[in-house]
Design a protein around this ligand. Structure first.
Ligand code: ATP
Ligand code: MG
Length: 252
């Protein structure tokens, strides 16, 4: 379970998050949606303790993130941030091995090698395994970073816009893979996603933020309505029903 209580967060005098209270009890995929600037990345980074809390408390799987040593937290929770500054002179295989660090502390064993090989295969990266990150396209690099996150083998996986830079084929492949890995390994996967149709089709639960607050949450069918899209995004769009899944027609 992720429990977030009374989180307020300011940068300077500007309130960024206001009284966030949220409990994510169920395993599965939670999509975090909301307009640019709503506070999604800030919330994710506080859950992963990339920034210290200013007030309130966040617990992940029973660990109070502000009290837990980094290495212990990294065994429980992995995060892919929206912008990454990982050094480009590292190969894809080495990057994935880096994800094993919280478990092996730099001493690579047979199990780590098997796991990395498996991840290279699953994320369609085998052919790229010896390339430097600087030699990859934006989408290939994004896939490598997500694969590294999964090599950390944590019960909680936070992904900030994992679909960034992916073409329509690889975006769908990734969502299918996330669905599969989440079910197979019984994970809590929380992902920021702007493609509302991907959230509708693949998430179990959707949490929407607006202006630094949790605006609403529910199942895709409850959440993806014409009225809610207007409230959350000022978007005037049609919502159709496609085999029982809401489908937003937003491009025309
Ligand atoms: N370092 C900073 N200094 C000042 N304001 C910041 C800083 N970082 C973020 N903000 C502000 O905090 C608010 C929330 O930002 P955040 O990155 O959490 O939004 P987001 O929901 O992830 O948006 P997006 O969909 O564009 O990624 C925004 O208004 C942003 O301008
Ligand atoms: Mg963001």
């Amino acid at each position: 379970m992720i429990s977030i209580e009374h989180i307020n967060y300011r940068i300077g005098n500007t309130p960024i998050l206001t009284d966030i209270n949220l409990t994510l009890a169920e395993r599965g995929i939670t999509a975090l949606i909301g307009a640019n600037g709503a506070g999604k990345s800030t919330l994710l980074s506080l859950i992963a303790r990339l920034q210290p809390l200013q007030s309130g408390q966040i617990c992940v799987g029973g660990l109070d993130v502000n009290q837990t040593p980094s290495i212990r937290l990294a065994q429980k929770l992995a995060i892919l941030t929206q912008s990454n500054h990982i050094h480009s002179r590292i190969t894809v295989a080495d990057l994935l091995m880096f994800g094993r660090y919280p478990h092996n502390h730099g001493l690579v064993g047979e199990e780590d090698r098997t796991l990395v090989q498996e991840a290279l295969h699953r994320f369609d990266l085998t052919a790229l395994s010896n390339r430097y990150l600087s030699e990859l396209s934006g989408g290939q690099r994004q896939r490598a970073l997500i694969a590294m996150t999964f090599c950390q083998q944590t019960e909680y996986v936070l992904l900030d816009e994992p679909l960034n830079n992916l073409d329509i084929f690889h975006a769908r492949e990734l969502m299918r893979l996330l669905r599969h890995l989440t079910n197979e390994q019984n994970l809590h996967t929380v992902m920021v996603v702007h493609d509302i149709n991907m959230a509708a089709a693949y998430a179990d639960h959707i949490v929407a933020m607006k202006d630094g607050k949790i605006a609403m949450q529910g199942t895709p069918t409850e959440m993806i309505t014409e009225e809610n899209l207007l409230t959350l995004f000022d978007l005037d769009a049609d919502v159709l029903n496609h085999n029982g899944v809401p489908l937003v027609v937003h491009h025309i």
